[in-house]
Design a protein around this ligand. Structure first.
Ligand SMILES: [Zn+2]
Length: 142
């Protein structure tokens, strides 16, 4: 549920931003916040959010891209103190695994242990499939 102001009801990340819910902050500035995931997939699993509530990447304003991405890179530098191997991921929508509907980047350190992103067998895309996807995704010159 989103109000006209764009604030979701009962958004746990808004509670964290407001200081009303406990968190383990990694980094904070005026517009962004990074904190440890409460249910880490691996040690150092961190979330980076814009303080302004948006559900999705596509709802960000262009003037917010730089601040958010700068914080993602800042946290990546810190994660590199743990390991040079990590995933940076965004889950968008319920079917993609989004659990909290406030945009967040996951930064998930990897330590050569089995995990949910273990490499699984993959089949090379067929040319006709590739062309169909290209037709759906649009002009590469954009
Ligand atoms: Zn929120």
């Amino acid at each position: 549920m989103t109000s006209p102001e764009g604030h979701a009801a009962h958004c746990i990340f808004d509670e964290i931003v407001a200081g009303r819910a406990p968190t383990h902050k990694i980094y904070e500035d005026k517009d962004t916040l990074a904190f440890l995931d409460l249910f880490p997939i691996t040690r150092g699993h961190t979330l980076v959010i814009p303080k302004r509530h948006v559900d999705r990447l596509t709802e960000l304003r262009e003037n917010e891209y730089e601040d958010l991405f700068r914080t993602v890179v800042t946290v990546c530098r810190r994660v590199e103190r743990l390991t040079k191997d990590y995933n940076v991921a965004i889950n968008q929508g319920r079917l993609a695994g989004q659990l909290v509907f406030h945009l967040h980047f996951h930064i998930i350190p990897r330590y050569n242990t089995p995990g949910p992103f273990a490499i699984s067998p993959r089949t090379r895309i067929r040319e006709d499939e590739a062309q169909a996807v290209l037709a759906d995704l649009g002009d590469v010159s954009e």
